[in-house]
Design a protein around this ligand. Structure first.
Ligand code: FAD
Ligand code: DLZ
Ligand code: SF4
Length: 508
């Protein structure tokens, strides 16, 4: 009997476990652009276009390699509209009696496959360095699941930046050197851009017609859509930006959307690049003397550390994780996240570039849009859906732990040991946003005071019971308590008034 081999839109890797297990002589690969996947959140049009264009080219490459591929385009009249529907349709057409699938990166789809009226064999996704059982073994018996210790194990396991048993340069982590404020000039022209070919153009027209009303600019579309292109984009980054990646990793600029960032997460997450090949390229550049250790280590840590760690947490914590709301936040997502006008320049810039690029770098996501959501008490579920929709690299296994856990502390502290909150001072130190803002970052209260300054204390005050005993937050509470009572009252009143205006839909 023949089998079906499911390849999802974020499983575009030749070494996918389902493909390795299959027989190209007798099995049929099933790939499908389906309405269900394209609309479970209102994805940024550029994300949909990236996934569809890369899927079409991957299917063509598989056919060239001798695979039979049953591919459904979104507009095919008999398209069943869902992954399981497509599998059923293809099973009927081919007479296949089993489906081979690599585990999807989202509980929703795993459950759909498990409940499908078909025999589905779900295989491990071996494109990660840590398997589920590796992560469970590491997590077992630990009171706190801190990324740093997991990361050291991943360094030992991969041998990356290791000198025998010791870390290169005798230090595991060079983060201390990686917090330089924004530079005056950036000598990197940004990620490599690719001109759409005919296949991509067809997809762009389809996406324009079907999803043109979603938040986000579809064009210009310059993403890599094949493995070959993604490898060129990686090489371009390693040569031209990695040397300064570490220094300016946390910086933000009004007029530069990418600084020295790689912008390879979409390619890693849909399978065009392999995490180990990416890290090996960075380690080689360090060995060749082209890249300083703080840059190579900082970059590799993001991938074998953070990326693997958040995946481990997502699968360890279970299907309820994305819906957690440990701080009981329930404010509706403000319209400014969808491009509504705001006088806060940092938010305006972060959202504007999200619309234009389907990309913002980590500190923009964490310390601008995330920080504001947390300080303002926005529902973490609404924020989670927003992040999942608007970024080209957003897939639930990686997005939810970053949003619900790291950014919103809604998982009760599984990921973060304290909430990532800051006043305007941090944003001012790391960016030039405040120079172009209607608010004044140096004003703590009164007309024109930076809203982050007000909301920061409002957050700490309203969550005093939860955080006062946190050893990393004691100083903050002591500073708050040293302020005179009238000042504290003014801060809290002005913060409440600001939140009332936000709720009323006024421009803030
Ligand atoms: P670089 O800064 O150049 O880093 C290199 C690579 O490291 C990235 O490509 C990425 O693969 C990896 N990486 C870095 N930080 C993380 C992290 N915290 N978790 C996982 N991988 C990381 N990343 C996603 O890939 N998808 C998401 O949906 C996503 N959602 C996020 C939501 C929030 C609220 C926050 C705070 C972070 C989120 N991140 C997400 C992590 C991070 O912001 C992005 O990986 C990074 O901005 C991607 O851009 P880059 O390729 O230029 O990264
Ligand atoms: C993100 C996405 C989109 C927009 N469309 C499709 C699709 O039509 N077909 C498909 O197989 N995959 C798509 N994807 C990726 C899936 O949503 C992804 O596999 C799951 O969210 C699990 O990570
Ligand atoms: Fe953002 Fe406040 Fe700076 Fe304005 S002053 S850019 S609101 S941090």
């Amino acid at each position: 009997m023949s089998r079906l081999v499911l390849v999802l839109g974020d499983q575009l890797s030749q070494n996918l476990s389902a493909l390795q297990e299959a027989d190209r002589g007798s099995d049929t690969v099933v790939m499908a652009e389906v309405a269900d996947e394209a609309s479970y959140v209102r994805h940024h049009p550029r994300k949909i276009a990236l996934v569809f264009a890369a899927m079409r080219k991957f299917a063509a490459a598989l056919r060239e390699d001798g695979w039979k591929v049953a591919y459904a385009e979104l507009d095919d009249t008999d398209n069943a509209g869902s992954i399981v529907g497509e599998l059923l349709r293809r099973a009927e057409q081919t007479g296949a009696d089993e489906v081979l699938a690599t585990e999807p990166g989202e509980w929703r789809l795993i459950s759909a496959l498990k409940h499908a009226p078909l025999r589905v064999r779900i295989l491990q996704d071996t494109r990660f360095i840590a398997s589920h059982s590796d992560f469970e073994t590491w997590a077992e018996g630990r009171k706190q699941l801190r990324m740093e210790y997991f990361y050291r194990d991943m360094r030992r396991k991969t041998g990356l930046l290791m000198e025998g048993e010791k870390p290169a340069g005798d230090k595991w982590n060079y983060d201390h050197d990686n917090r330089k404020p924004a530079p005056d000039e950036v000598d990197f022209s940004g990620p490599m851009q690719f001109t759409p070919d005919e296949v991509t153009e067809d997809v762009l027209e389809l996406v324009e017609a079907r999803f043109g009303d979603h938040f986000g600019d579809l064009r210009p579309f310059h993403f890599a859509t094949t493995r070959g292109e993604a490898r060129r984009a990686l090489a371009h980054f390693i040569k031209n930006a990695l040397p300064k990646f570490g220094d300016f990793q946390d910086a933000m600029l009004n007029d530069n959307r990418f600084l020295y960032h790689a912008v390879i997460s979409p390619y890693l997450n849909i399978g065009l690049l392999d995490p180990l090949e990416v890290c090996e390229a960075a380690a080689e550049a360090w060995k060749a003397g082209d890249v300083p250790i703080n840059a190579a280590e900082g970059f590799i840590r993001q991938i074998i550390g953070w990326r693997e760690y958040v995946r481990g947490i997502y699968f360890l914590e279970g299907p309820d994780y994305p819906a957690r709301n440990g701080l009981g936040h329930d404010r509706a997502l403000p319209a400014l996240y969808w491009g509504g006008k705001t006088d806060m320049n940092c938010l305006s810039k972060a959202v504007e570039q999200t619309r234009a690029e389907a990309y913002a770098h980590h500190i923009q996501r964490l310390m601008v849009t995330g920080n504001f959501g947390l300080l303002a008490g926005v529902s973490p579920t609404e924020l989670h859906e927003w992040y999942l929709a608007v970024y080209a690299d957003a897939f639930e296994w990686v997005e939810a732990p970053n949003t619900v856990g790291m950014s919103q502390f809604a998982d009760g502290g599984v990921i973060a040991s304290k909430p990532y909150v800051s006043s305007g001072a941090y944003i001012n130190r790391m960016s030039d946003y405040c120079k172009n803002c209607d608010y004044s970052v140096s004003k703590k209260t009164g007309e024109g005071a930076c809203p982050f300054n007000l909301l920061y204390w409002h957050f700490l005050d309203r969550h005093r019971d939860r955080f006062e005993g946190n050893p990393r937050m004691g100083n903050m509470y002591r500073t708050w308590d040293r302020m005179d009572a009238a000042r504290r009252e003014t801060v809290l009143r002005e913060a409440s008034e600001f939140l009332d205006r936000l709720d009323a839909g006024e421009q803030v």
